[in-house]
Design a protein. Structure first.
Length: 312
């Protein structure tokens, strides 16, 4: 595989502190309890919303996210959903806590600051094992889901994705095993059903490892209900593309080795079709690296699926 092409921790174009409205900055400072001395933008990810670590005069640090309802409606909705989901997560879940929020002309989240590092790229086996241990623990703790979380199912959330293979048929009609892959993706519903809260976006930039080795899970915008093993498979995509032997990892972990291989293949076919279509969409001006990220994931999922199915 090609090296991951996106600049590490600098893939997003975000709003900066000084460009927030003065009254909003004053509100945030009141919630933090002290004037802000420095604001360090967190530029991993692919969204343009404000996301900064604020250091205040009293020495306290805060992680704050914000998006304008008028100028950034999709991202304001995303942050609103994140606030709702965070407020319903049990306190034992290793996720930074929501401390306060605002939903007005801006959606603003004040989130517990966690000192930590993202897993290194390329992925190491040690970081991957730590993160998979946390994902397995999450699945145990979030089955069944919190009563008031009110989540869509994985099947409903991804219902339109098998149709992405129509785009592949139109743009890459000679792709070997196209129809077999499309048929696999079409059968994803039954194999992904479950009553576990699935994060759906656990990749390196949404994980933090603190000095004690604890792994924290971030960006709970779009969790769904599905099979308990889904997050672990999603997490393996980056390490697979970075050259780790993820098949050996699957064989060694009970929560993955027990999953029928065909079930994993159907999810990989679903994701391959998604990324193959998305990478051809126009590059959003607020996220210049998004399509390169999606193209790399498309090739990684396709290569992995072909290897598992024995396709040339």
């Amino acid at each position: 595989m090609k090296p991951y092409p996106v600049p590490s921790r600098s893939s997003a174009r975000r709003l900066e502190w000084q460009f927030l409205p003065a009254n909003l900055r004053a509100y945030i400072e009141r919630k933090c309890g002290s004037p802000v001395n420095t604001a360090v933008s967190q530029n991993a990810g692919f969204t343009p919303g404000f996301a900064s670590v604020l250091t205040c005069e009293d020495g306290s640090r805060h992680f704050v996210k914000a998006a304008s309802v008028k100028a950034q409606p999709a991202f304001a909705t995303s942050y609103r959903e994140e606030a709702r989901k965070l407020s319903e997560l049990p306190s034992a879940i290793p996720a930074p806590q929501l401390l306060w929020s605002l939903d007005d002309d801006w959606v603003v989240l004040g989130i517990e600051y966690v000192e930590g590092r993202h897993p290194a790229r390329p992925w190491s086996s040690a970081d991957l094992e730590r993160c998979l241990d946390t994902v397995a623990d999450l699945a145990d703790r979030l089955t069944p889901p919190p009563v008031r979380m009110d989540l869509d199912t994985f099947a409903d959330e991804f219902a339109s994705v098998p149709g992405h293979w129509d785009h592949v048929r139109a743009t890459q009609p000679g792709l070997p095993h196209l129809e077999e892959a499309a048929a696999l993706a079409a059968g994803f519903r039954e194999v992904t059903a479950g009553d576990t809260v699935v994060h759906t976006d656990l990749r390196d930039d949404n994980l933090l490892i603190d000095d004690d080795g604890k792994v924290w899970t971030c960006d709970w915008n779009w969790p769904v209900l599905g099979a308990s093993w889904l997050d672990a498979v999603f997490l393996l995509i980056g390490p697979r593309g970075d050259g780790l032997d993820v098949e050996a990892v699957i064989a060694d972990r009970s929560e993955l080795s027990a999953v029928p291989p065909d079930h994993i293949d159907r999810v990989l076919a679903l994701l391959a079709g998604y990324f193959l279509k998305q990478r051809d969409d126009p590059v959003p001006p607020t996220s210049p690296h998004l399509r390169a990220h999606q193209s790399w994931h498309a090739e990684t999922c396709w290569d992995w699926l072909c290897e598992r199915r024995g396709w040339s």
